[in-house]
Design a protein around this ligand. Structure first.
Ligand code: HEC
Ligand code: HEC
Length: 368
């Protein structure tokens, strides 16, 4: 197959994907104009999503509250939920600066803020609630992403209550307030920074990558006498080729996108030799296991803290204490809290044998 044939075939697959996508949305069978044998669907395109599946994904809440189901929650209920599910990371009054900058902190909406819809103090930075211009964003984000260690676990009523609690903390609603689908627009109309969102600036102020800060949100497509269509390409400049190691190694093993080989043949050979010798090195095996088990999202291998302590730091506490292996194995599987600070470690999906291997490696000094 010549190069251009390959490209055409690839294009057919991409267009096929788009076509199937839109046909699916309309609930009609997959379009048959593209001969079936031209689309390689194995493992890439599946069946039509069921209405239940679409509903499970379709959870966004928009600025006009489209997508927000009926529900209600009081400040009082929100206070209890906050203490149980949020305070460990964000502080009792949403004022912690440890995991994330304060959500509310000492901010108290003034009468003037509520009247103008512009938070005067924002010129000095601002907490999340000071900057917020759409209440819908709070609903959407909290329901979708929080608590951080158990996203999508909150009911809509829980979410109403938590939004009510944060709004009360910020002095927008009184402490006996009950937030409902019917009065949420009134809260939006009082939101201190509701008029603070601006479109009148570009994403990229610089001249080199950007366009000098000209806003692109109001662009209309040119229909007549247009400049030639720009050719869009991506490439890695030679000097940056090896900045992140071999990108081909980082590509997921499925899907159509293949990573580039960004190291030289000599380096590739060296890496392969290292891999071969690592297969016999027990420490390398544990390190690979930790990398493959998602632990490094929260733990570094050194002694610097990310969300949790670094492995060197943990080893410093337990090195040589063989009697801790069983306890650490359990803590890895079940999670824990209070040993290293207020942020909890959520339970991990990992076999007991693997967790034990990691615990032994920690007690052995977390060697690399
Ligand atoms: C285990 C720690 C943890 C817990 C528990 C937690 N959060 Fe968060 N929260 C975070 C982190 C980390 C971020 C920043 C995430 C990011 O930017 O990707 C965040 C971000 C947020 C934000 C967005 C702030 C912004 O300005 O973008 C809101 C709102 C929020 N959390 C609310 C909650 C609520 C409500 C709960 C309880 C139901 C909760 N969080 C529980 C860690 C936590
Ligand atoms: C979401 C973040 C997160 C993830 C993912 C995570 N941890 Fe943790 N881990 C923590 C936090 C936070 C602590 C500190 C808990 C405490 O203070 O008791 C911790 C503590 C630990 C400890 C020390 C326990 C103790 O009692 O001293 C070990 C060992 C550990 N984690 C191993 C792992 C392993 C292995 C994995 C992957 C299978 C993992 N962690 C995944 C956040 C995480």
């Amino acid at each position: 197959m010549s190069n251009s044939r390959i490209r055409k075939a690839a294009l057919a697959v991409i267009l096929g994907g788009v076509f199937v996508g839109s046909a699916m949305a309309a609930g009609v069978p997959v379009n048959t104009r593209v001969p079936a044998h031209d689309i390689k669907t194995d493992g890439m395109l599946g069946r039509t999503a069921t209405p239940d599946e679409i509903q499970a994904w379709n959870i966004d809440v928009r600025p006009d509250f489209a997508g927000l189901p009926p529900g209600q929650g009081s400040v009082a209920t929100g206070t209890k939920l906050w203490e149980a599910k949020c305070a460990s990371c964000h502080g009792d009054f949403a004022d912690s600066n440890a995991v994330f900058p304060p959500l509310v902190g000492a901010y108290q909406a003034s009468k003037q803020d509520i009247k103008t819809g512009r938070v005067a103090a924002l010129v000095h930075g601002g907490t999340s609630i000071e900057r917020l211009s759409t209440v819908s964003t709070l609903f959407d984000y909290i329901h979708r992403a929080m608590p951080w260690n158990a996203p999508l676990s909150l009911s809509w009523d829980d979410t109403y209550a938590l939004v009510a609690y944060l709004m009360n903390l910020a002095n927008v609603v009184p402490s006996n307030f009950v937030l409902t689908r019917d009065n949420v627009q009134q809260v939006q109309d009082m939101l201190p920074n509701r008029n603070g969102m601006t479109w009148n600036h570009g994403m990229w102020p610089g001249k080199e990558i950007g366009n000098g800060g000209i806003p692109d949100t109001h662009n209309v497509e040119c229909m007549k006498d247009c400049a030639p269509k720009p050719k869009v390409e991506t490439f890695i400049p030679a000097y940056a080729m090896n900045t992140w190691g071999n990108l081909a190694d980082e590509t997921r093993p499925w899907g159509p996108i293949r990573g580039l080989v960004t190291v030289s043949q000599a380096e590739l050979k060296k890496a392969e030799e290292k891999k071969a010798s690592a297969a016999n090195d027990p420490n390398a095996k544990v390190i690979a296991l930790i990398k493959g088990s998602g632990c490094i999202a929260c733990h570094s291998f050194g002694d610097n803290k990310l969300v949790g302590p670094g492995y060197k730091e943990i080893a410093g506490k337990y090195a040589g204490k063989k009697d801790m292996v069983a306890e650490l194995t359990t803590r890895i599987i079940k999670g824990g809290s209070g040993v290293w600070g207020s942020i909890p470690m959520p339970p991990q999906t990992i076999s007991e044998a693997d967790a034990k291997m990691i615990a032994e490696w920690v007690v052995d000094g977390a060697k690399q």
